[in-house]
Ligand binder design. Structure first.
Ligand code: RIB
Ligand code: CA
Length: 314
């Protein structure tokens, strides 16, 4: 087997973040160098605890979890307890973590790791607002040329937004950080709502997780039972979109996805369209392509991969 791909997961758990972390920890193709928590779905004090809870659910108290930015770079924090519950991980009852939070700030961990490891070897998996990565770029601009790639869940175009008609939550919460990231010249793969809205947690798919003979499967099913109710009611679909695990799935099985290399610009001026990802899908501007935007997913293949990997966990 080739050497595992070194990744850092930047995240605001969040049930869908949690499933992404479980998928990563169940996959030997990946080496999780660390997890950096960011404020987003819920406050930072909860996202860092949730990240540690999930590591322990996966039987991985060795994973280094760092606390990062407590609020966006410019705007006030907007959270999503209405979707994720007041803990951010409502659904299963998970024990308080016993593993320790790392003392270093998450932004410092990002910079130190990227500056000390060989350039072009570390992949950043961005599952929440891009505040930590934006701050790291401001603090140490040299990391831009050292990041192998950023794979981010965020944005939307043909599908519109999910927190305003124009904007998806991760980008909306910190549009200034997103703009910094998309203008830094870093190789980016973006997985927007146009893709993740095809990955629905149908009853059959959740039951497959619930039937797994371990802790992780039923816990995942309990998380998704709670998490999907908001989107099922909102969209009237058979299940809710499982956003963040698509980031990890793309690293594991890119053939499950299709997309194209286009320009993505971030609205940071207008309150009406704040945080909109203006995706030049038809290449009608002269703005240089800066991201591979994924629009299609083999949803059943994605859930089959998830079930197969979750089965490997304790
Ligand atoms: O819009 C969906 C994204 O916002 C997901 O990452 C979800 O966890 C929330 O952070
Ligand atoms: Ca998230």
């Amino acid at each position: 087997m080739p050497k595992p791909l070194p990744i850092i997961i930047d995240t605001d758990p969040g049930q869908d973040d949690a499933v992404a972390i479980l998928l990563a920890l169940a996959s030997p193709e990946l080496e999780v160098l660390g997890i950096t928590a960011v404020a987003g779905n819920v406050a930072l004090a909860l996202t860092e605890i949730n990240a540690r809870k999930i590591c322990e659910l996966a039987g991985r108290p060795d994973i280094k979890v760092y606390s990062g930015a407590i609020r966006p770079m410019v705007r006030n924090l907007v959270t999503a307890e209405n979707v994720h519950g007041k803990t951010g991980l409502d659904g299963p009852v998970l024990p308080e973590p016993t593993m320790k939070l790392q003392a270093r700030h998450g932004v410092d961990f990002l910079i130190e790791t990227l500056m000390s490891r060989d350039a072009g070897t570390v992949t950043l998996c961005a599952l929440g607002p891009l505040t930590n990565i934006g701050l790291a770029l401001v603090r140490e601009p040299r990391i831009a040329s050292r990041i192998a790639q950023i794979v981010a869940m965020g944005g939307g175009f043909f599908e519109g937004g999910n927190v305003t008609p124009a904007a998806e939550f991760n980008i909306y919460v910190d549009p200034h950080a997103a703009r910094l990231v998309f203008e830094a010249g870093i190789p980016i793969t973006l997985i927007p709502l146009d893709c993740t809205h095809q990955a629905l947690t149908t009853a059959a798919r959740i039951e497959k997780f619930r039937a797994l003979p371990n802790r992780a499967g039923p816990a995942t099913a309990a998380m998704l039972d709670f998490y999907e109710r908001f989107d099922v009611q909102k969209y009237g679909t058979d299940g809710g979109p499982l956003h963040d695990p698509c980031v990890i799935a793309w690293l594991l099985k890119p053939d499950l996805f299709k997309g194209r290399h286009v320009n993505v610009a971030i609205e940071c001026q207008s309150e009406l369209t704040m945080g909109m990802t203006v995706i030049d899908w038809w290449r009608v501007t002269d703005r240089a392509p800066n991201a591979t935007v994924l629009r299609d997913i083999d949803a059943q293949g994605f859930f089959d991969l998830l079930a197969e990997r979750l089965a490997r966990l304790p």
